[in-house]
Design a protein. Structure first.
Length: 212
C-alpha cells in the first residue's frame, strides 16, 4: 500500500508540475502575443498619423495654389479694389466649385468678411478665425477649425494690388469622404470626434457605421 501511495504521489506531482509548466508557457505566450499586438497597433497608428499630417499638408498646398490662381486674376483684383460685391461673390463661387471648396470668403484688411459664397446675407461680419489674417506672419493654413459644429480646413491667400488689399479664404470640409481617403491610404478606420466635456464626444466624420 505504501508503494502504491508513493507512486500515486509521484504521478500527481508530475501531472501538477506539467500543468504548471503548461500554464506558465501559455501565460508567457499570451503576454508575448499581446505585447506584439500592441506594438503592431502602435506602429500602424504612427504610420497613420504621419500619413494624416502629410495629407492635410498636401491638401493645404493644393488649395493654396488654387486660391493663388484666383488672386492673380486681374479682373478679380479689380473687382476687389472697386468693392464690386456681386462680381467678387460670383468669382469666388465659380472658383470654389472648380476646386471643391465648401465656402469661399473675401476678408478685408480689417479682418471682416466682405463676401461669403455660403452666407451672403451675413456680411459684413468679423472673420471667425482672425489669426489666419493677422500677426507677424499672416496667411497659410489652419489644419482643422470648428465652425457651426462642422470641422473645416482653412487656407488664407493674400490679394496684392500691389500691396495687400485683402484675403481669399478657402474652406473645405473634414467629412466622411476625407476620412475614407485616409482609410484608403492607411488601411485604418478613421473617426473625427469633438470633445464636448468630461467623457463626452461628438462624432464629426468617420469611416465606421453610426452604431460603431
Amino acid at each position: 500500500m505504501r508503494i502504491r501511495r508513493l507512486r500515486t504521489r509521484i504521478i500527481v506531482f508530475f501531472v501538477a508540475l506539467l500543468a504548471v509548466v503548461q500554464i506558465a508557457a501559455l501565460v508567457l505566450v499570451n503576454v508575448a502575443n499581446t505585447h506584439n499586438a500592441h506594438a503592431r497597433v502602435e506602429a500602424d497608428l504612427d504610420v497613420g498619423e504621419r500619413v494624416f499630417a502629410r495629407l492635410l499638408h498636401e491638401r493645404a498646398d493644393e488649395l493654396n495654389q488654387s486660391a493663388r490662381i484666383l488672386t492673380s486674376d486681374f479682373a478679380f483684383r479689380e473687382a476687389v479694389a472697386t468693392g464690386d460685391l456681386a462680381t467678387i461673390t460670383s468669382a469666388l463661387a465659380n472658383h470654389g466649385r472648380r476646386i471643391g471648396a465648401s465656402t469661399m470668403l473675401f476678408v478685408g484688411l480689417d479682418s471682416k468678411v466682405v463676401a461669403d459664397t455660403l452666407a451672403s446675407d451675413r456680411v459684413p461680419r468679423p472673420f471667425e478665425f482672425p489669426k489666419l489674417v493677422q500677426g507677424a506672419d499672416p496667411g497659410g493654413s489652419m489644419p482643422i477649425g470648428m465652425l457651426g459644429g462642422r470641422a473645416l480646413q482653412l487656407v488664407a491667400v493674400p490679394i496684392h494690388s500691389p500691396l495687400t488689399i485683402g484675403w481669399v479664404i478657402v474652406r473645405v470640409p473634414v467629412d466622411d469622404a476625407f476620412a475614407r481617403d485616409l482609410k484608403q491610404l492607411t488601411s485604418l478606420d478613421v473617426s473625427f470626434v469633438l470633445e464636448e466635456g468630461a467623457s463626452r464626444w461628438h462624432p464629426l466624420a468617420s469611416t465606421l457605421a453610426d452604431p460603431a
